[in-house]
Write a protein that binds this ligand. Structure first.
Ligand SMILES: Cc1cc2nc3c(=O)[nH]c(=O)nc-3n(C[C@H](O)[C@H](O)[C@H](O)COP(=O)(O)OP(=O)(O)OC[C@H]3O[C@@H](n4cnc5c(N)ncnc54)[C@H](O)[C@@H]3O)c2cc1C
Length: 386
């Protein structure tokens, strides 16, 4: 593997740095209009959907440049390059890969313009890890599908405009992976009821969604009828790769280092404690291991190969790292580490307490650690099936 950057890549890195110097003011100077202005500017640079093809409105950038862009943005703690999180991470790539021309023209610009929020409807009350057993049903009726059933734990559903979901269109096949269809559904369609669920941290960012005779035009089907599993495998790889992305960990590590600078341990500044320093070094090494593992995917992508099971490695790694880093911060802070935003002794607006209660986002969301371990064991290490 060649770790050197080409001259073009170095020039691109400089371009991103110059842009950030000019357009990213320090936190305290960012006014209410900052985010809208930022989104307009990065869209103008074609940095939203940077590696997507130009024909659909993406930047047409190569994968290496995409990595550089993400690294520089993360280093400067820049805001996201778009607010349509799932749209950019896996719904959009799914539409580009499996969608019709009409679907690409219709949905991709809206994702790039941060216009609509997307959510993902896979899990059902009795269907999580064993996703292919899903029961939410859609029956073809003329030019529409009619959906009946429910989805649960749907992140962002209380705020989303669209859902990319899986339904069962055929029960007759012996293989449960057959007969699943992927549909793109507008969440204000008649017959949809969204019931927010409160999480441990007191936020209602996911929901259970009920579908009662919801009609969806056939043109909103993504991929072939009954072949939704293929679309899902590709989306899940993108989801796991985005959860396992190392750039997300840089900011957490920096926040942890800031915390150590102001915290005390055994009556002394925490930053002088050998045990504390050792843990920080350990986290830094684990993040570096994640980065190096990420380069494996990158090599695959540069060769034009699709992402697959290997994304489970960093997804698993990040889950454990998130828990360990947060537990460490809460331990250092003692009682104050348990206080949420608004409580008297809350530190950093309760960031660490919130993180300690939000671990299911990255640990369970996108598939549990046990499932990632099974994938690594069976599909990467070639061990016998579970
Ligand atoms: C914060 C959060 C956000 C989420 N967001 C979404 C979303 O946006 N969209 C969506 O569709 N879903 C979402 N989910 C649901 C998530 O994908 C499921 O919760 C997850 O896949 C686990 O399924 P389950 O809850 O049914 O648990 P189960 O599948 O019942 O698992 C229960 C336990 O059994 C273990 N287990 C199950 N099968 C095996 C096996 N074969 N081998 C070893 N162990 C096994 C699991 O690891 C787990 O510990 C979200 C969940 C959370 C917590």
């Amino acid at each position: 593997m060649d770790f050197e950057y080409t001259q073009e890549e170095q020039a691109f890195r400089q371009e991103v740095r110059d842009f950030l110097d000019k357009n990213l003011p320090p936190w305290e100077q960012r006014g209410p209009g900052f985010m809208a202005e930022w989104l307009k500017k990065v869209r103008g640079k074609c940095w939203v959907g940077f590696s997507w093809p130009k024909e659909v409105g993406g930047g047409g950038g190569n994968i290496m440049e995409q990595v550089i862009l993400k690294e520089e943005m993360a280093r400067r703690r820049a805001p996201a390059l778009g607010t349509c999180f799932m749209g950019l991470a896996w719904v959009g790539p799914g539409i580009i890969k499996y969608g019709t021309e009409e679907q690409k023209q219709r949905f991709i610009p809206e994702i790039l313009d941060s216009k609509y929020q997307w959510c993902t409807g896979y899990s059902e009350p009795n269907v999580g890890s064993d996703l292919a057993s899903l029961q939410c049903k859609a029956v073809r009726d003329g030019d529409s599908y009619v959906i009946n059933g429910t989805k649960i734990w749907t992140s962002l559903a209380p705020f989303a405009d669209w859902i990319s979901m899986l339904v069962r269109t055929d029960n007759s096949s012996e293989s449960k992976h057959e007969g699943i269809t992927s549909l793109l559904v507008k969440l204000d369609s008649p017959g949809i009821d969204i019931q927010p669920i409160e999480n441990m941290a007191g936020a209602s960012i996911f929901a259970q969604i009920f579908f009662d005779n919801v009609r969806v035009p056939v043109e909103n089907r993504l991929g072939e009828e009954g072949k939704g599993w293929e679309v899902t495998i590709s989306s899940l790889a993108n989801e796991r790769s985005s959860i396992g992305e190392v750039t997300a960990m840089y900011e957490k590590l920096e926040n942890l280092k800031e915390l150590i600078k102001k915290a005390r341990k055994n009556g002394k500044p925490a930053r002088k404690d050998v045990g504390v320093r050792r843990r920080i070094a350990e986290f830094e090494s684990r993040i570096e291991a994640m980065r190096l593992n990420g380069l494996r995917y990158l090599t695959k992508q540069i060769k034009g190969e699709p992402l697959s099971s290997e994304t489970s490695v960093n997804k698993l790694h990040r889950a454990l790292l998130e828990i360990d880093m947060t537990d460490f911060a809460v331990d250092i802070l003692g009682q104050a580490g348990l206080q949420l935003s608004g409580q008297e002794e809350a530190v950093d607006h309760g960031r660490w307490a919130t993180a300690a209660l939000s671990w299911p986002d990255v640990v369970i969301g996108g598939g549990t650690p046990n499932i990632q371990k099974n994938i690594v064991a069976e599909r990467i290490l070639g061990l016998p099936k579970d």
